[in-house]
Design a protein around this ligand. Structure first.
Ligand SMILES: *[C@@H]1O[C@H](CO)[C@@H](O)[C@H](O)[C@H]1NC(C)=O
Ligand SMILES: *[C@@H]1O[C@H](CO)[C@@H](O)[C@H](O)[C@H]1NC(C)=O
Ligand SMILES: *[C@@H]1O[C@H](CO)[C@@H](O)[C@H](O)[C@H]1NC(C)=O
Ligand SMILES: *[C@@H]1O[C@H](CO)[C@@H](O)[C@H](O)[C@H]1NC(C)=O
Ligand SMILES: *[C@@H]1O[C@H](CO)[C@@H](O)[C@H](O)[C@H]1NC(C)=O
Ligand SMILES: *[C@@H]1O[C@H](CO)[C@@H](O)[C@H](O)[C@H]1NC(C)=O
Ligand SMILES: *[C@@H]1O[C@H](CO)[C@@H](O)[C@H](O)[C@H]1NC(C)=O
Length: 468
């Protein structure tokens, strides 16, 4: 613990911080924040292009002892048009088949300055060797949901069973989600509630790298990692309107060893969501502007089991979001969320900066109280500062049967426009150190609970609810 405490500092010190600070001052209006995000985006892209231009063409793919020169497959050489109207789906699928079956490393190039219309597609592995998709240009989805007729509405671009895959290049994925949103029951409750596609899904992948991509206006979630191992994503930007339904930025499900770095996410739903059986997740340097913040959950819906553990969110900036850092579970589930740390975080005009909710209910009918729950323990909040849009700046709504255990608060300063800030606790146990404002309400007493060992014998034991 001591080691972690010393590293607690809220300064941003990488090159990104210049833009982060810039955004911080510019953000006050939605329009400005969008411009700011785009400025950031363009600057980042420009840097990337400059670097490419300065290199001699044959220097791009240097031979090294680690890797030999990849075979370059330009989608245009296979007949793609990239004019935004012609359907290039078949071409991309063919190029994928070639790339995936070649024995040497391959790089699929989506050329800069062009727009490739791609209908829902599967890109399956395993491949004969490592494949890179270099997105310098844009890939756009069909505008009309009818394009999914007879296909799986959960997916637009679906990569599965691949190993050592890399997605890079500074290009854009445009989900063209507008028509999907218009038909959502969250937009208009006379519409039926149906699924909409996740723009990019990586399923059952190992050793995946995502570098410098931008995603716009996904139909629903933008990028999902499901049942993946060893994922690293950096320099990813995701933008969708505030009122676009369920447009999570990055979704992590049943995945382990996931590292996310340098992200800017501004959408209508969770900035990042982590669900089901996920562990060893590291998130560093994230800007979440508008949307619902970073969520562990929701967990335990329909009485399911979920196990999320070993998550660290370090250095994040939230502005105008509905939540900051959140853990949400449905009643009736089982499993746990534990060993989760949120640290070095700035909040600006965030409605629920810190929230644990074991009574989560995103349903049109009220959820009944149930005795089972996904348990929550060993959760740390350290170095969290800024402003809360609501007076209740810290909320711990924990289960009666599975109280939150070992919550740890350190150096928290959340103020509100009215000058009054408070915290809410229900069945929340833990400890705090340093300056904490609003004053914490977690109980610091360990409690004695009754254990049923056999049906007719019980014993009493002190359980450590508050301390480690
Ligand atoms: C590339 O690297 C490999 C392994 O280090 C070496 O055997 C090969 O000769 C190199 N090829 C060229 C064209 O330099
Ligand atoms: C909601 O949907 C219904 C049926 O699809 C439609 O008639 C109505 O005009 C829609 N309302 C709005 C506000 O878009
Ligand atoms: C992300 O982008 C920044 C600035 O362009 C660059 O310095 C950094 O190396 C990139 N990070 C990764 C992991 O690609
Ligand atoms: C999570 O793990 C449990 C137990 O191993 C398993 O039953 C369940 O299907 C898993 N859920 C997911 C979404 O992987
Ligand atoms: C605070 O955020 C809300 C959205 O959650 C936004 O409507 C409002 O304009 C923001 N207020 C300020 C002062 O930026
Ligand atoms: C609590 O979580 C921290 C990391 O967040 C970990 O170092 C520590 O071992 C955990 N304690 C227990 C009792 O699980
Ligand atoms: C469920 O439990 C909570 C907390 O104990 C209580 O406030 C609420 O009234 C209960 N709701 C129902 C429907 O029993």
């Amino acid at each position: 613990m001591a080691r972690l405490m010393r590293s607690s500092s809220s300064s941003f010190s990488n090159p990104h911080s210049i833009y982060l600070t810039y955004c911080y001052f510019l953000h006050t209006r939605t329009l400005f924040s969008s411009i700011c995000l785009l400025l950031f985006l363009n600057t980042a892209n420009a840097n990337g292009f400059n670097r490419l231009i300065q290199l001699p063409t044959n220097g791009l793919y240097r031979n090294s002892s680690i890797s030999s020169k990849p075979v370059l497959l330009n989608i245009d050489d296979f007949g793609a048009k990239g004019d935004g109207f012609t359907d290039d789906t078949k071409v991309l699928q063919d190029v994928w088949k070639v790339a995936c079956s070649l024995p040497s490393r391959t790089k699929i190039l989506i050329p800069k300055g062009k727009f490739y219309l791609i209908k829902p597609s599967n890109f399956g592995g395993p491949c004969q060797s490592d494949v890179t998709l270099k997105m310098s240009g844009s890939i756009t989805a069909p505008r009309e949901p009818e394009a999914w007729h007879g296909l799986d509405v959960h997916k637009w671009l679906y990569f599965h069973g691949i190993k050592n895959f890399k997605l890079e290049g500074g290009g854009i994925f445009d989900g063209m989600g507008q028509e999907w949103w218009a038909r959502s029951c969250k937009r208009n409750n006379s519409n039926p509630c149906t699924h909409a596609p996740t723009a990019i899904t990586f399923h059952k992948c190992t050793n995946l790298k995502v570098r410098k991509v931008t995603m716009f206006n996904s139909q629903q979630m933008h990028m999902a990692f499901t049942s993946c191992k060893h994922v690293s994503a950096a320099n990813v930007t995701v933008i969708a309107p505030r009122d676009s339904p369920n447009t999570d930025g990055i979704h992590i499900s049943a995945s382990t060893y996931v590292e996310l770095k340098n992200l800017i996410i501004s959408t209508g739903d969770d900035c990042i969501s982590i669900v089901s059986n996920s562990s060893r997740i590291r998130i560093n340097n994230v800007v979440c502007g508008q949307g619902h913040g970073i969520s562990i959950g929701s967990l335990g819906k329909y009485n399911t089991y979920a196990a999320v553990q070993d998550v660290i969110v370090n250095r994040a900036f939230f502005f105008d979001t509905e939540n900051g850092v959140r853990i949400k579970t449905w009643q009736g589930g089982s499993g746990f969320a534990r060993k989760i740390t949120f640290q070095n975080i700035w909040m600006q005009n965030v409605s629920n900066p810190i929230i644990i909710d074991q009574y989560y209910c995103d349903s049109s009918v009220p959820c009944l109280n149930q005795t089972s729950a996904v348990s929550i323990e060993n959760i740390s909040f350290r170095g969290i500062k800024g402003t809360s849009a609501k007076e209740e700046a810290m909320t711990f709504k924990c289960s009666d049967s599975y109280p939150c255990k070992r919550i740890y608060l350190e150096n928290i300063q959340l103020t509100t426009p009215s000058g009054i800030a408070n915290s809410y606790c229900w069945e929340a146990y833990g400890t705090s150190t340093g300056l904490i404002y609003p004053p914490p309400c977690i109980s610091s007493g360990d409690i004695v609970i009754r254990h049923n060992v056999k049906p007719n014998s019980t014993y009493w034991r002190k359980d450590y609810y508050a301390f480690f």
